[in-house]
Write a protein that binds this ligand. Structure first.
Ligand SMILES: Cc1cc2nc3c(=O)[nH]c(=O)nc-3n(C[C@H](O)[C@H](O)[C@H](O)COP(=O)(O)O)c2cc1C
Length: 179
């Protein structure tokens, strides 16, 4: 099944996740490629979609949201998986003991669930490399409230991402499970 892993990424770490997922799908025998959201000119050519975005201020990047909304009729008729790359740090729970991946779910996802009925949405931990940040993001990170939420480091959990990729490849290998 011809599958595309579409990503929106400001500093490259979400692209890394998308390329890793595409690689795992290929290893499992699925025809898959990773593409920046701005480079997907004929989405109708694909039979299945994995779509992910970096998260900033609780939102997906605009180009990814626009892609999903602009292609909602197509996506609602294809198997679709969403992922978000966001939270930082080694803690998996917040101060109230809630799962960070649940509390950091971007605002768009509830609407996407209604519109597209995706197979799944996953939040993966992300990356912050302060040497790459643009001016605005560097200033934001200096605010006392942001400091604890935005620690520096690469927190991507490749085992978690691999397990999710394998679960997708299993569904794609079962044609009767897809529309
Ligand atoms: C200024 C700033 C704001 C951020 N806001 C959020 C946020 O609201 N929620 C979240 O989960 N992650 C947030 N992050 C973390 C990013 O989503 C994370 O660094 C991600 O891996 C970046 O992906 P990219 O390298 O593909 O751009 C923020 C990072 C920065 C620098």
């Amino acid at each position: 099944m011809k599958t595309v892993v579409i990503y929106a990424s400001k500093y490259g770490s979400t692209r890394g996740i998308a390329e890793f997922i595409a690689g795992k799908l290929r290893q499992a025998g699925t025809q898959a490629e990773a593409r920046h959201v701005g480079k997907v000119h004929n989405p109708g050519d694909y039979e299945a979609f994995v779509i992910g975005s970096a998260v900033y201020m609780m939102h997906w990047l605009k180009e990814a949201t626009e892609f999903v909304k602009g292609n909602s009729a197509l996506l609602a008729n294809r198997p679709v998986w969403f992922f978000s790359s966001g939270p930082l740090g080694t803690e998996t729970k917040d101060a109230q003991g809630q799962d960070l991946r649940a509390v950091t779910e971007p605002k768009e996802i509830a609407e996407f669930r209604e519109l597209i009925k995706p197979r799944d949405h996953r939040v993966f931990f992300g990356v912050l490399d302060s040497s790459k940040l643009g001016f605005g993001h560097r200033m934001l990170r200096k605010l006392p409230a942001a400091r604890n939420l935005l620690p520096e480091g690469d927190f991507r959990d490749w085992n978690d991402i691999e397990a999710w990729s394998i679960s997708i490849s299993r569904v794609l290998a079962t044609p009767q499970a897809t529309p």
